[in-house]
Design a protein around this ligand. Structure first.
Ligand code: DAH
Length: 343
């Protein structure tokens, strides 16, 4: 028995010494001291079969061996833990003298997009559907379907970019072509807005640009009157410029509406008193509107005897310019960062 204990001690100390890492060490510890199958545990269990005298001396030795092994394991365990701590400290070290990372610059919305989204939200809340439309449009939808026949002088007011070799296609001059497209696709009743880019062949200056944004609105239903149109326009005006804003409608010719009006709102900088922005008139011209011409309803496949409609067109670019005090329209499409970064 005593011999066996000495042998075990020798082997055990060697095994502990040879353990490569913590896991390995725990395996060795378990093999020796495990409560059921541990080698030393089994030996100790054998003590009870010895004579009293032998048990006494063997018992003493067994305890010593156990202590020595346990101690060796503990020492080894501590060395592993110290090493572990050391590598963790190295890994987690923060060098506070390293210069900060360069600040990440985030993009942001273009002023036109801010104005566009604001109005999309407003009209969605009133039950309008927001539609998109083609920027390259057929001559038919851009002009003819809107009661502007080929020889009509109204075409001259909206000179555009024609497509070489495709005489029937134009870059749309307004968002109005979507009126007939929407009527043909969805029929009546109808409540839509269309927001997007339009193009005109302009000699550009601070007030004219070849590319700009518009918002078109169209409502078709039974018993539509001019007061429905005015009601909606007043909601837009108050939303944009506050509850005291008033709307003024004055007759103006647009081929696709009858009657047609030119819409103004009280100037938000001078509250109608007159200032530089409104050229001392007290009013800002921001939209065109009217009751949809029966010919346009017919083109849309809608019976003008049964249904009426109203339509309006806002210059979104103009709204953005007014809102942000931008005095040169060309800046908006310039891609000039020192301009854009202000928003
Ligand atoms: N399409 C017109 C333009 O670009 C604006 C307009 C006027 C739209 C009257 C309308 C309207 O829907 O009824 O000048």
């Amino acid at each position: 028995m005593e011999h066996k204990l000495e042998e075990l001690k020798k082997d055990a100390l060697q095994a502990v010494k040879a353990a490569k890492d913590k896991l390995h060490l725990e395996e060795v510890a378990n093999k020796l001291l495990g409560r059921k199958q541990g080698e030393l545990t089994i030996l100790l269990k054998g003590l009870k079969d010895l004579s009293d005298e032998m048990r006494k001396s063997a018992g003493q030795l067994a305890n010593e061996v156990k202590q020595t092994i346990e101690e060796a394991i503990n020492v080894k365990r501590n060395t592993f833990e110290a090493e572990e701590m050391k590598t963790r400290l190295v890994e987690e070290k923060i060098d506070i003298s390293v210069p900060a990372l360069p600040k990440k610059t985030r993009g942001h919305l273009h002023p036109n997009t801010i104005v566009q989204r604001d109005l999309e939200d407003l009209f969605s809340s009133m039950g309008f559907t927001v539609l998109d439309g083609p920027e390259l449009e057929s001559d038919y939808y851009n002009f003819t379907a809107l009661n502007i026949p080929e020889t009509h002088p109204a075409r001259d007011m909206q000179d555009t970019f024609y497509i070489k070799g495709h005489a029937n296609w134009v870059m749309r001059t307004h968002t109005s072509p979507m009126q007939v497209r929407a009527m043909q696709k969805y029929g009546a009743p109808l409540r839509v807005v269309v927001l997007g880019k339009c193009f005109r062949n302009e000699a550009t200056d601070v007030r004219h640009e070849h590319t700009f944004y518009q918002m078109e609105g169209l409502v078709v239903d039974e018993n539509i009157t001019f007061s429905h149109l005015k009601g909606v326009l007043e909601i837009v005006a108050k939303h944009l410029y506050g509850d005291d804003t008033q709307v003024r409608l004055r007759p103006k010719f647009y081929p696709f509406v009858e009657p047609g009006v030119n819409g103004e709102v009280t100037c938000f900088t001078c509250q109608g008193k007159g200032c530089r922005l409104c050229k001392n008139s007290g009013w800002l011209e921001i939209f065109g509107a009217g009751l949809v011409h029966p010919n346009v309803l017919k083109e849309g496949g809608i019976d003008p005897e049964k249904y009426q409609g109203f339509a309006f067109g806002f210059g979104l670019t103009r709204l953005a310019m007014l809102q942000y005090g931008i005095d040169d329209i060309r800046l908006l499409e310039s891609g000039n960062l020192s301009f854009l970064e202000q928003f």
